[in-house]
Design a protein around this ligand. Structure first.
Ligand code: CA
Length: 230
């Protein structure tokens, strides 16, 4: 079913999550701090990381940055009520989702399932192998995105968003549809996710960032007919 790494210094929470996820068939590996997490991460391949933000020593945000520098494994942040700012920093650093403590186990399971489902590579629904707009190339077969001659590195969530927009050439995809398709049906009202993630994709597209058009209050559009020099 998948290897899950949980990084959490609160023994009770860590054990409870481990027991509950193990019961559902996941292989769970436990770590109480960032150093242990990094050493486990070097030894094994994980399908998902559950990451507490308030850790002793190395912070959860730094662990997130460290993981993102070497892997696009999905990361769900476990954040305390008071970690509001940290949570946004973690999402900015490449986390895919967050859940606020205390959380119910069904809620956590739903997030885990949604993120793992999202992690499966998306393909073009239009039957194309690639899309090329101005200097931007999305290659659906190899999952590579290039700006000019350079490969850019997108997380799975960022890539899924871009593909979802590319599947609707020049059409506005509304907030609900994007959230439902990329994050899952229970996220339909979470508009702030789009703001954060599309902002990041736009930044990574560099000079072609403006191909991603925001339609305020409605949704987003990937402009297929934009010329390279316009
Ligand atoms: Ca903690």
């Amino acid at each position: 079913m998948g290897n899950i790494l949980i990084v959490e210094d609160d023994d009770n929470i860590r054990k409870l999550v481990t027991v509950n996820l193990s019961k559902r068939g996941y292989d769970v590996f436990e770590s109480g701090d960032g150093n242990q997490a990094m050493s486990l991460f070097r030894q094994k391949t994980f399908d998902l990381v559950l990451l507490d933000l308030g850790l002793p020593g190395m912070s959860g945000v730094d662990v997130c940055i460290w993981i993102r520098a070497r892997s696009d494994v999905p990361i769900i942040v476990l954040s305390g009520m008071r970690d509001e700012e940290l949570k946004v920093t973690a999402l900015d650093a490449g986390a895919d989702d967050y859940i606020t403590k205390p959380f119910g186990h069904e809620e956590l399971l739903a997030r885990v399932r949604a993120v793992l489902r999202r992690a499966t590579p998306h393909t073009s629904e239009l039957g194309r192998e690639k899309v090329q707009i101005a200097g931007l190339t999305i290659d659906f077969e190899t999952r590579r995105v290039r700006v000019g001659d350079e490969d850019i590195s997108l997380t799975k969530t960022e890539y899924a968003l871009l593909v979802e927009l590319a599947n609707h050439p020049d059409a506005v995809v509304d907030h609900n549809t994007l959230l439902g398709r990329v994050w899952g049906p229970q996220y339909r009202d979470a508009n702030h996710y789009l703001h954060i993630y599309l902002g990041r994709v736009r930044k990574k597209l560099g000079v072609h960032g403006d191909l991603l058009e925001t339609i305020p209050g409605v949704g987003y559009r990937l402009q297929f007919n934009k010329k390279a020099d316009s």
